[in-house]
Design a binder for this molecule. Structure first.
Ligand code: KIV
Ligand code: ZN
Length: 510
């Protein structure tokens, strides 16, 4: 029988550390629910001490997940660990993940600590975490650039103090697959008590090697991989969950382990994370990109039609392609809507929010015959964020004629007061954004604008993503509508609201 490979998903923590990818509590719950459905073993829900909002989000995920273990990150400091423990108190199964840097560079330049002090703090932190839970993970940050003898010493102390998982991070994505695999193998062989812990890999993608390094770690004995949906994560990202899971599943002739993941939910998870964060999936991305299973060249098509395996190593339906179930339509009632929403991880505590979302659903069903899960997720995103927004879109009229200037008239509600403006420029989106700018006094610039379709067909919701920068802070705004100019206005206003409501939060690694 092959070993179990534990999947530790850190979309809600490391993924959220990508500039502009911050998520609200409700968004985290929705993503956690789909991860649970996929049978992810451990969900890292956040860094509880970062802010009050982060604490609430970790706590809310811990309280709403039954089948996966919920984890919070904590630096090797009592205050962090106790905050993580508090947030996870009601979890069905919890884990505290504590870390401290072990490379000479980090110890000297970042921590200003001696190696002996780092070992002492490791011991203290792991023991402190064990006061809250038996399930404690320890990471020597920047292990990929740490001295191996020292790593052995720190890891042995962490295991002796009660750590049950030892995670080896390639924090800056510096490692090369054969080298990273050899390090994992050597650590497992050299650390005297290594049999008392599971070894894990956490690889960043700065050289595009995160998945390769993780697979090399698995090949050499790691039995946990830390990863994120769509490879979201700091800088160039983290290890992509879908790629690791499918590589191990597809190449069972190479790996003597497998995951518990129900891969048929992979595509929905990818779409949800992309729509919540505004990080678009490139068409040629493995597994979840629009072209991942598309064949263009005639010769390939011919081969696939005759015998699928000539050019396909996986079945598209195994990762959720083509599984778009028609969930609801024009005649679906309020109760059916509520039940479906609950299945998607959305609970309506407030009847007004339920009514507002149901009304939007009915309006959409009038325009679009088939409503899919992705449409429902887009509706919820909009309604949940509108609840907290100070700027609201009340009406928009745009006129376009080929060869003429485009004109936009917009009415906004700003802190309850109605204001309106008109702008004429060379493009419909530009005119809309100019009209908004004339009403909202925020110093920022637009870094990215993109449109995509939520589902197929010309009646699909168009989803617009914008990235705005203001005083070094980056936010992403999303908006969806069957009219892409309205979707653009919604996305821009969503981004502006995020800039206006942004609060300070601590970054775990700075
Ligand atoms: O990349 C890293 O080192 C991390 C640690 C906190 C595990 O994210
Ligand atoms: Zn990381």
């Amino acid at each position: 029988m092959s070993d179990k490979l534990i999947i530790f998903d850190t979309t809600l923590r490391d993924g959220e550390q990508s500039p502009g990818a911050s998520m609200t509590k409700d968004e985290k719950i929705r993503i956690a629910k789909i991860l649970e459905k996929m049978r992810v073993d451990v969900i890292e829900a956040g860094f509880a001490i970062a802010s009050l909002g982060d604490f609430d989000a970790v706590q809310a995920v811990a309280n709403s997940i039954q089948d996966s273990t919920v984890c919070s990150l904590a630096r090797a400091l009592d205050k962090d660990i106790n905050r993580a423990g508090e947030a996870l108190k009601k979890a069905n199964s919890s884990r505290i993940h504590t870390f401290i840097a072990t490379s000479n560079l980090h110890m000297k330049m970042k921590l200003n600590m001696t190696p002996d002090q780092v070992v002492e703090q490791t011991i203290h932190a792991v023991k402190c975490a064990r006061n809250w839970t038996d399930n404690v993970e320890f990471s020597p940050e920047d292990a990929g650039r740490s001295n191996e003898d020292f790593l052995c010493r720190v890891i042995e102390s962490a295991i002796n103090s009660g750590a049950t998982t030892i995670n080896i991070p390639d924090t800056v994505g510096y490692n090369i697959p054969h080298q990273f695999g050899a390090m994992i193998k050597s650590l497992i062989e050299r650390v005297p008590n290594s049999d008392k812990a599971i070894f894990s890999a956490h690889c960043h993608n700065d050289l595009g090697l995160a998945v390769s390094n993780s697979l090399s770690a698995v090949y050499n004995g790691a039995r946990q991989v830390e990863c994120t949906i769509n490879g979201l994560g700091e800088r160039a990202g983290n290890t992509s969950l879908e790629e690791v899971v499918m590589a191990v599943r597809t190449r069972q002739d190479v790996f003597d382990c497998d995951t518990n993941i129900d891969t048929t939910h992979i595509l929905s998870a990818s779409r949800l994370v992309s729509s919540v964060t505004g990080f678009i999936v490139q068409p040629n991305k493995a597994i979840v990109g629009a072209n991942a299973f598309a064949h263009e060249a005639g010769i390939h098509q011919d081969g696939v039609l005759k015998h699928r395996e000539t050019y396909e190593i996986m079945r598209a339906e195994d990762v959720g392609w083509g599984a778009n179930s028609l969930v609801m339509g024009k005649h679906s009632g309020r109760n059916a809507f509520k039940v479906r929403m609950r299945e998607l991880g959305v609970e309506f505590d407030n009847v007004d929010v339920l009514n507002a979302t149901f009304k939007k659903f009915k309006e959409l069903a009038d325009k679009k015959h088939e409503i899919f899960d992705e449409d429902l997720q887009a509706l919820v995103s909009e309604t949940q964020s509108e609840e907290h927004e100070s700027i609201k879109l009340l009406s928009l009229k745009v006129s376009s004629e080929m060869g003429k200037k485009h004109s936009a008239y917009i009415m906004l509600g700003i802190n309850g007061e109605k204001v309106s403006a008109t702008a004429d420029t060379s493009g419909a989106v530009d005119a809309t954004f100019s009209a908004i700018n004339s009403l909202v006094d925020v110093n920022m610039n637009l870094q990215l604008y993109s449109v995509s379709n939520v589902t197929r067909g010309t009646d699909a919701l168009g989803e617009v993503n914008v990235r705005l920068e203001s005083n070094g802070r980056i936010v992403n705004g999303q908006g969806a509508d069957t009219d892409i100019i309205i979707a653009s206005a919604k996305a821009y206003i969503h981004g502006l609201n995020k800039i206006l409501s942004a609060t300070d939060r601590a970054h775990p690694q700075v």
